[in-house]
Write a protein of this length. Structure first.
Lengths: 174, 160
């Protein structure tokens, strides 16, 4: 059962950081590209989930700018785009939602971006981000679960549906 | 040739052993008994619970009334975050962050009521493999409400 319910994302992550300065902490842009999601079939009409893991290593991301003890104090999603990663494109997809979660029992999953409805014939889906979604505590955990929910218009029995996600976070680092 | 065959046979045994162990590990996680499709007592929705990391989450996968009167799919119009009021209600994750505590109990999670946009603390108790007590409360667990959920079987492929 669990095997059926679980979908596995394989991350192909490329990361770049752009730093700028601000008062309470340094603000950095952190981008994740081509994060792969596979929604394992059979899939039923309605919502279906895929998940992938990322880990944010500040030392690696900041390079020489990293100072021991630095931590993420706040994180906001600034953009998220889904692209198809199979020949089916967005056929029979009504909507996408992107959420973030961690293993920390004290930190709740956050929905951070939505596309509803999805335009017919679109080559990619630029999601509306929820700037109020506070992702700092989740990102600080290091291991982060990224969840992509796709709402299917009808059942799909013939395999998996594959997508890629690009997103950018604005991290405040102290 | 014989050495090759022996190598292949040993590799297959090791691979099978590893796979079996892996499957056993997954199926033996007692918290995963919560995974499945459940129906609240009012029968107006169905919730699919699955696991992300070490926590359990439940999404609405079926609604008796999936659309508004104008025919458009219902969205989470009562969400306190205005940016998320466009999220489809079918698919909404209304149970979040439940952690298995042992003794057929999951807690530390929240239950969201899309009818009023309120979020409650929650505990889940499994009476038996097909019955859950879902308890929502604010602050004090003793003061809350419990709903009984029943497990549904996974649908099988439609005949064409």
């Amino acid at each position: 059962m669990f095997k059926y319910l679980r979908t596995i994302g394989i991350a192909a992550i490329s990361v770049f950081m752009v730093a700028s300065c601000s008062g309470p902490g340094e603000i950095h842009e952190y981008s994740v590209n081509d994060l792969e999601f596979s929604l394992e079939g059979p899939l039923f009409a309605g919502p279906n989930s895929g998940q992938a893991e990322i880990s944010i290593d500040l030392a690696e991301a900041l390079g020489e700018g990293y100072v021991e003890g630095m931590r993420i104090s706040d994180a906001r999603l600034t953009s998220a785009t889904v692209t198809p990663n199979d020949t089916l494109g967005f056929a029979n997809i009504n909507a996408f939602i992107v959420s973030f979660a961690s293993d920390n029992e004290d930190v709740s999953m956050q929905e951070a971006a939505v596309k509803n409805p999805l335009e017919e014939g679109a080559a990619d889906a630029s999601l509306a981000v929820a700037p109020e979604a506070e992702l700092g505590e989740i990102m600080e955990e290091g291991k982060v679960y990224v969840v992509l929910d796709a709402d299917l218009a009808e059942d799909y029995w013939d395999g998996n549906r594959d997508f890629k996600l690009n997103f950018t976070l604005e991290l405040t680092i102290k | 040739m014989l050495r090759k065959l022996t190598f292949l046979a040993v590799s297959a045994v090791i691979a099978f052993g590893t796979l079996s162990f892996d499957l056993q590990q997954k199926s033996e996680d007692p918290g995963d008994r919560l995974v499945g499709i459940w129906e609240p007592s009012n029968g107006r929705s169905r919730i699919k619970i699955d696991r992300i990391g070490n926590k359990y989450y439940g999404r609405v996968v079926w609604l008796i009334e999936p659309n508004d009167p104008d025919g458009t799919p219902r969205t989470d119009i009562n969400n306190p975050n205005p940016d998320l009021r466009n999220v489809p209600l079918r698919g909404f994750r209304m149970c979040k962050d439940f952690v298995y505590q042992g003794d057929d109990q999951w807690s530390e999670g929240t239950l969201y009521d899309p009818n009023n946009g309120s979020t409650y603390q929650g505990t889940i108790t499994m009476r038996d493999m097909n019955t859950l007590d879902m308890r929502g409360y604010i602050g004090v667990e003793a003061i809350g409400r419990t709903d009984v959920w029943k497990r549904l079987k996974m649908p099988s492929r439609k005949k064409k």
